[in-house]
Design a protein around this ligand. Sequence first.
Ligand code: ADP
Ligand code: MG
Length: 379
Amino acid sequence: MGPLDIQHLGILGGGQLGRMSILAGRRLGYRFHVYEPKPGGCAGPVADSELNAPWDDTDALGQWAQRIELATLEFENVPRAACDTVGRHVPLRPSATILEIAQHRAKEKTWLSQHGYPVVPFAVVDRSNLATEIESIGWPAVVKTAAFGYDGKGQVKVPEGPVDAAALWQRLGSPESMVVERWLEHQGEFSVLVARNGQGQIATFPVAENIHRHHILHMSLLPARLSAQKAAEASAMAAQLARDLALEGLLAVELFLVDDRWIINELAPRPHNSGHATLEAALTSQFEQHIRAVVGLPLGDPALLRPAVMVNLLGDLWAAGEPRWEQLLADPRLKLHLYDKGAPAIGRKMGHFTVLDSDLEVARLLAERHYQLLAQALE
Ligand code: ADP
Ligand code: MG
């Protein structure tokens, strides 16, 4: 089936990454069908159809697959059985194999280290050897559930001292499998988005620099403040990963810089929060590239048009009602994105804004000031 025969694309997951992928894909003339267990998601309203049913509803998945010629996803924790069901009807890109690696920290870290990629010192553990493995990894350590973690959920940092393994395990929700990692004193967090299509064409976006607050991404700088050599190393590594995984789609590679060396933190086989600035700052956005890559179209040029700084808008900012957007919108270099998510909750990603300026430092200062004004309005 050639790319031009495809008209209807399916998206597994109904959140903002799906919403923005759909908006980009519509410009290329595609129609979109969302599958999402929970009603009320923000991708459905911009799609042609949405089906709400559980991930284990084989009949519903089969019916949904009748609407589409190709499936992709915006959420990597789609259960393997659901991927296989969809895959029996239509191609799923990225492949179920990539999803299986990326949705399980133990498999992901093991695969990466077996393929020669640099990862943090880690051990795969269960309840029985949790305490002993923390001691051998050394302090400070962090314990993460192998499956279903995001935005810092499902992980606990462990300070030096006696370990109460039973309490720790319970705090993590009594998971079957966990990963113990050494907590690294890094010089920064970065990410690279790489796209690869079925013809083997590869394109990497400029490296982004990511600043977190309370384990959630707060701000992304594009491009990262890095030497040309470090940036080139990171993109070469991401391109090699795309080849080794036989990727058809978009992959985000999260990195730590430790003693001037790259360490891979984790992989996400989908558009990524740190790539939102590409909507305005790059010749091709990550969302358009995602669609191009899964369909098998030639990839777009990821080159940066202008430096940009993105800031996440979490539900915390809605504590006193809808924030006053006028002040932000009065800055002509600022682009506001609201996801139409309904009920704001603490830590929930409700939108983001991007400030563009030919000088990255000017964009960073402006972005921080706009954010402070929003936060101050709550005091
Ligand atoms: P997720 O993004 O799925 O919640 P991550 O493993 O990326 O999980 O962890 C979230 C954040 O916690 C990271 O971006 C980083 O700031 C911090 N973190 C996680 N693991 C480590 C580590 N081993 N050393 C230092 N910081 C870490
Ligand atoms: Mg992460």
